[in-house]
Design a protein around this ligand. Structure first.
Ligand SMILES: O=C(O)C(=O)C[C@]1(C(=O)O)C=C[C@@H](O)C=C1
Length: 189
């Protein structure tokens, strides 16, 4: 097959995938609505994501399984991103604790954050991809310590961005939702 022909095929598939992804995002919104009406603030359900990966991955040929599962993981990560953002839009007051004593109303250049994540292969990379997906850049990322049993890792992050922007606030909401002991240490102007 000619390169142009293959690219035409990809373009056609992308249109089909797009329609399906938009339908899936609409489902994410419905999930967020159901969670909000039940007073459930937990967006991340590791058990459910593992079951989905297991179910979808087990009949995929080995040669493309990793690649396929990387896509599914990304789809679920963006589903979470959308849900955190919606919950924040619908009821920002529930996140007041996150921004307590933080001057988030004023323009800033950088935000320093402290958080603890499970010690998994993607502990660092998922933070980096979240920061990028919200349109920001990481300036510095330090691994401070492991917990005694090495089950968790503590990070100090410096994210370049303006905390008075709603997307930056939503990034904080997602990072806080997917880590322990989340704390905004410093906002630099
Ligand atoms: O099932 C849920 O609770 C969802 O929020 C949906 C969904 C998904 O998009 O598949 C997203 C986030 C969860 O971590 C698990 C699954």
């Amino acid at each position: 097959m000619e390169l142009t022909e293959i690219r035409n095929k990809i373009d056609a598939l992308d249109e089909e995938i797009k329609a399906l992804l938009l339908q899936r995002l609409a489902c994410s919104k419905e999930v967020a609505e159901a969670k909000a009406s039940e007073g459930e603030t937990k967006i991340y359900r590791a058990d459910r994501e593992e079951a989905i990966l297991e179910r979808l991955g087990n009949d995929v040929p080995e040669a493309v399984r990793r690649e396929y599962l990387a896509i599914v993981r990304k789809i679920m990560e963006t589903s979470r991103m959308y849900q955190y953002g919606l919950l924040y839009d619908w009821n920002p007051a529930q996140y007041d604790g996150l921004f307590a004593n933080v001057p988030y109303e004023f323009p800033s250049r950088k935000v320093k954050i402290l958080l603890t994540r499970p010690n998994r292969p993607n502990a660092m990379s998922s933070i980096l991809s979240m920061v990028g997906d919200y349109g920001y850049n990481m300036e510095k990322m330090e691994l401070l310590s492991y917990t005694e049993d090495r089950q968790a890792v503590r990070f100090l992050l410096t994210v370049r961005g303006d905390l008075s922007e709603r997307h930056m606030q939503k990034l904080m909401v997602q990072l806080a939702g997917e880590s322990r002991d989340f704390c905004i240490m410093e906002v630099l102007r």
